[in-house]
Design a protein around this ligand. Structure first.
Ligand code: NAG
Ligand code: NAG
Ligand code: NAG
Ligand code: NAG
Ligand code: NAG
Length: 474
């Protein structure tokens, strides 16, 4: 068919047939290029996926297994609302009345964050400040007889606005007592109107209050007492909201270990396992802050000491002790187990008889400790219950540390479970780790660490995902 000619300029006259031919060639070329590019991309990504390093496969496997649990443990956690902070301060006010002191005074740190939700780095992003920023909580008896907290802050004048901008959990504006830098700020606090009729106020200070501030208060009219009794007990006894967060973060940490374990392979190093375990926890929004991974004889040192380059081999126990944060609360759990490639039972060449015996012994000791974790029992009795089991089996000298500690905002909080702590009496709502261990130098180490809540009736409640079942089911 003869198409119309392009009129007007002869040099531009090209027959349609030729046009469509050119278009077709161009299209074919473009298509060819696209196909080639597509092929190249596909083949290079194939090549990439076959080139994924063992460590990267390990990481993906661990995170996938963790996510496959559905992360249901997160459901028990919610950020403490404003009412929770009001409740904590009012409980403190009642404790101050019982202890007969006029105020509790503290500076930024974990206890400060417990009462007013500001962490030390939030107030002091560079370093601990030499200018005191003090939280002063006084009990006040209302006309109906209720005792509530009345809170003030001692703050440098130029920092007053910054203190208000912290948005601390109070129903009303915060009350401040301000000082200029050339003043004696202890006298400023002493002469402030907050003491009303009280002539010579008595203060209880937090255990983390720095010495120069304690002495400053003590030599400027106040009588200063160290943290003790009912005041200390306020933060030791956890609310159900706190227990909900502790349960989520501790169960989530154990579940991460369980997921990671299924992906272990011979030759991986301790440091690589720690990095993958950290990434696994991050996949659930947990924020790891320590991670101890020890293979074989590394685990004979309870807090590590080797450089983390030992490679995983058949017949080795893996000991993991790890902690993470969620909503400002800590986890701290340990598991000792075999990698998935260790046959059950292990072959005779793996010399596992003693390891297996000790694994069960440490679990029995943990179970005995949990049974002793009852209201009105002592911290010492819990430690002794576990220690007796290990001693009776002839391993007493190999259980070289205390049984455990309380846990909350900090991983290690008072009361501490050691056999000398006869003065600390357990109360419902206290949360403890139970972490007996046996360490045979240059051979191996075993530790099982769970987190438990002392309950009013019955056995302490495991809030770390249930205790270990076997070296293959940690
Ligand atoms: C406590 O602080 C956190 C982090 O800054 C914040 O997300 C949360 O809303 C605060 N809680 C209250 C009750 O103000
Ligand atoms: C807190 O104490 C101050 C000083 O004694 C007083 O003026 C104020 O009314 C008290 N606040 C409350 C809410 O009771
Ligand atoms: C087997 O393990 C024990 C400790 O559990 C150790 O004393 C012994 O030397 C080991 N034997 C061999 C052959 O490795
Ligand atoms: C613990 O001791 C207190 C005070 O002595 C007592 O009131 C309470 O009933 C005791 N609780 C248990 C569970 O024994
Ligand atoms: C649910 C569960 O497994 N609870 C356990 C928590 O850990 C302690 C200590 O081993 C056990 O005694 C509980 O049975």
């Amino acid at each position: 068919m003869k198409g119309p000619l392009i009129p007007y300029h002869s040099s531009r006259r090209v027959p349609t047939k030729r046009v469509s031919h050119i278009v077709r060639s161009v299209l074919a070329a473009v298509l060819g290029i696209v196909l080639l590019a597509w092929y190249l991309v596909l083949s290079s990504s194939n090549e990439l996926s076959t080139r994924v390093s063992p460590i990267e496969q390990f990481r993906r496997c661990s995170i996938d297994k963790y996510l496959a649990t559905g992360l249901g443990f997160l459901e028990s956690a919610e950020r403490p609302p404003l009412e929770e902070y009001v409740l904590r301060r009012d409980d403190l006010a009642k404790a101050l009345v019982r202890e007969g002191v006029n105020a509790f005074v503290l500076e930024p740190g974990p206890t400060f964050s417990y009462y007013v939700n500001v962490t030390q780095p939030q107030w002091e992003p560079w370093e601990a400040e030499e200018r005191p920023f003090l939280l002063v909580i006084r009990p006040e008896t209302l006309s109906n007889g209720n005792i509530v907290a009345n809170t003030s802050f001692l703050v440098p004048h130029f920092e007053e606005t910054r203190a208000r901008l912290l948005g601390m959990p109070f129903e009303d504006e915060i009350h401040t007592v301000t000082y200029e830098e050339h003043w004696n700020y202890y006298t400023t606090l002493y002469t402030s109107e907050i003491w009303g009729e009280v002539i010579s106020p008595t203060l209880m200070v937090d255990e983390e209050m720095r010495d120069f501030i304690q002495r400053g208060l003590g030599s400027n009219g106040f009588t200063v007492f160290g943290l003790a009794g009912e005041v200390e007990a306020v933060r030791q006894v956890k609310t159900e909201r706190e227990i909900g967060i502790l349960k989520a973060v501790n169960t989530g940490t154990v579940e991460a270990i369980r997921a990671m374990r299924q992906c272990l392979y011979p030759g991986v190093t301790e440091n690589e396992v720690a990095a993958v375990l950290d990434d696994t926890m991050r996949a659930a929004g947990l924020d790891p802050f320590f991670d101890l991974v020890e293979f074989g004889k590394s685990a004979a040192l309870p807090h590590g000491g080797y450089d983390g380059t030992r490679k995983l081999e058949h017949g080795m126990f893996v000991l993991v002790d790890v902690g993470a944060h969620l909503y400002g609360y800590s986890s701290d759990v340990s598991r000792t187990f075999y990698p998935p490639f260790e046959p059950n039972p292990p072959p005779a060449t793996h010399n596992a008889t003693e390891q297996l015996k000790v694994w069960q012994l440490v679990l029995d000791a943990q179970t005995a400790a949990v049974k002793a974790m009852v209201p009105n029992g002592t911290a010492a009795a819990v430690d002794i219950a576990a220690r007796d089991v290990i001693q009776a089996a002839g391993y007493g000298d190999y259980f070289t540390h205390r049984l455990g500690h309380s846990i909350g905002i900090k991983a290690h909080e008072s009361p501490y479970l050691n056999k000398g702590n006869l003065g600390a009496v357990l109360r419902p709502g206290m949360v403890f780790t139970a972490e007996p261990g046996v360490y045979v130098l240059n051979e191996f180490g075993v530790r099982h660490e769970d987190v438990l809540v002392v309950r009013k009736d019955g056995e302490a409640e495991n809030i770390s995902g249930g205790s270990a079942k076997s070296p293959w089911k940690p």
